[in-house]
Write a protein that binds this ligand. Structure first.
Ligand code: APR
Length: 316
């Protein structure tokens, strides 16, 4: 049965992939294809989710598959395939393994979808989204990564808990790479429009910023076997919603830079306007000297991982 509904493919039916599929279905964002290499795994998850439709009041079709032909003509593809971190591992430790996976997945996706929007989640994020762009040949408006929405959500949470106020009233901006060098921006972090620099002392802000930088590791350490998936899944779905409903939201996303913020040829977290065409505009902020220095240090870290991807691509 063909459908006029939007088609969302989620690659990787693990923790993050399942959460994305679940929240996207609950929000009635379109039909969903869940694909994984493990036989039966995506089929089981998809059927289970489909059977919740009458309870959660969604009418999306949920398909579980191991065959990329079922992903044909996807509007949006979310790549979550790959290994998650174990305690003590950095995201960069996953590079070689996940790079191979993201390469294969992107090749397969492009065989069946001509012009999808690809959102990458697999880590190390900045390098994996670079791989997806190189392999897909898609424009920078159509391949980008989910990191900033999650990192900002963590900072928003920590600020709200500290102030004892509603999380809904707190907004935040986090720039840079999706690693320990990320650059949370207290100047652009507010509670109902009030910058937190007016509400907290410097030491408190520094503590929350540090916790944000290590937010992923904190959860890996607690879970012991796997990494965060609920806030990452919710972050991806916010991005899908912004695209499919053409919301023109301003969100931090990991996008390909061509001179913005003084950097070119890397994927990096910056504020963008996101709508039906994907990344519609990169927003450049005027930074203080200190902020630019932190951002440059983060870009240097990202550059290292991107070089590793180039080396892997050179070999293949
Ligand atoms: N094609 C399709 N799926 C694959 C492939 C592949 N080539 N290789 C692995 N997978 C699948 C696994 O079978 C597994 O079901 O990817 C899924 C990953 O799920 P989890 O192990 O539960 O990992 P998850 O917590 O979802 O994290 C996925 O997102 O946040 C990042 O760092 C995280 O890189 C990790 C990714």
């Amino acid at each position: 049965m063909s459908s006029a509904r939007k088609k969302i493919t989620v690659v990787g039916a693990g923790q993050v992939g399942t959460t994305v599929a679940q929240l996207a279905a609950y929000a009635n964002l379109g039909d969903i294809v869940l694909i994984d290499i493990v036989p039966g795994f995506p089929q089981g998850k998809a059927l289970d989710l489909q059977e919740s439709g009458c309870l959660q009041a969604f009418d999306s079709l949920i398909t579980g598959t191991n065959d990329y032909a079922d992903t044909a003509n996807s509007d949006i593809v979310v790549i979550t395939a790959g290994l998650p971190r174990k305690p003590g591992m950095s995201r960069e430790d996953l590079l070689a393994t996940n790079a191979k996976i993201v390469k294969t997945v992107t090749e397969q996706i492009m065989k069946y979808s001509r012009n999808p929007i690809i959102i990458v989640v697999s880590n190390p994020l900045d390098a994996m989204v670079y791989m997806a762009k190189k392999v897909s040949g898609l424009g920078k408006d159509r391949v980008f990564g989910m990191a900033g929405v999650l990192d900002a959500a963590r900072l928003r949470t920590f600020v709200a808990l500290e102030l004892g106020c509603s999380q809904i009233d707190v907004d935040a901006m986090v720039l840079g790479g999706h690693g320990d060098s990320m650059v949370p921006m207290p100047r652009y972090t507010t509670a109902s429009g009030i910058p937190i620099t007016e509400l907290m002392d410097k030491a408190t802000i520094e503590r929350l910023v540090d916790r944000t930088r290590k937010g992923g590791a904190e959860i890996v350490q607690l879970l012991k076997n796997g990494s965060a998936f609920m806030a990452p899944g919710a972050s991806v779905v916010k991005m899908i919603e912004a695209i499919l409903h053409d919301k023109q939201r301003i969100l931090p996303c990991t996008v390909y830079l061509e001179g913005e913020y003084g950097w070119s040829g890397i994927f990096f977290g910056v504020p963008v306007k996101i709508g039906i065409h994907g990344i519609e505009k990169v927003i450049e902020l005027r930074l203080t000297e200190e902020e630019q220095k932190a951002l440059d240090a983060s870009a240097e870290e990202v550059k290292k991982t991107i070089k590793e991807v180039d080396a892997l691509l050179g070999k293949s």
